[in-house]
Design a binder for this molecule. Sequence first.
Ligand code: SIN
Length: 298
Amino acid sequence: MTGTTTGPGLPFRVSNSTMKSQTPEFKRLTPHCGAEVQGINLSQPLDERATDILTTALAEYCVLFFRDQQLTPEQHKAMGRCFGELHFHPAWPRLLEGHPEIMEIFVDKNTKRIAGEDWHSDVSCGPEPPLGTILHMLETPPSGGDTLFASMYAAFDRLSAPMQQFLEGLSAVHDGEHVYRGGYGDVQPESETYPRAEHPVVRTHPVSGRKALFVNRTFTTRIVELPRQESDAVLQLLFRQVEQPEIQCRFHWRPGSVAFWDNRCSQHHALWDYYPNRRRGLRVTIRGEAPFWRPESG
Ligand code: SIN
């Protein structure tokens, strides 16, 4: 093996002339959102070529789905590091022992509240919200437990031109306190400070250059430039825009399924329709940059 770079907090990329490169193939799920990926074994290191193909595809399809993957926690983290440094959640109470970068998603009959049970982009309340998230599902309920995803490119594109112009250049407050205070059911978070940030309402995707709507029902509380009443009305309109079925796809998990979503151009909503059954998965999150808006982006 040649040219491997790895280490704590460093992107993990493999440049290897002897290793056979994996070539992903994509099958689009719906016109606006999601693709199933074949030809990739995520337990093997991704070389630069495969990583670049996946980076471009992620920005295009918003979420990529992989089936029948067996990943150790180290392999899961190594995959994440191909795309950037790993993110540490500000308030998640259930981390995998020995792996503080891995969140355990665990739901059973004692669970009071699940992660992501409304439309959101992960930790958008942070100053540099995560670029993407990789969820590896290990245990699924007998039925249900699907996750919905929606394209924020399509959410923006489907607004009228006057509304698009009105929104561009505005900024919004994303607040973590009402989400994280009180914890998740039976487990309390250790943190007592809560992230809060202002981000553009419309952001430019750094890879695709496309414009994406960047407000969500879970974290966004206020459009900064508008009085409260106008802000509430506009946000409600935008939250409904995100929820249009035409811009979504719905993923049915099996044990071994992996979803890799792009928080810069998608939102997701985990369905909790399987009580009192169990569902368990492990989640690695990749650090992002401060969202920006470029007027000329397409
Ligand atoms: C999340 O928002 O990370 C949870 C997604 C899921 O459990 O499907």
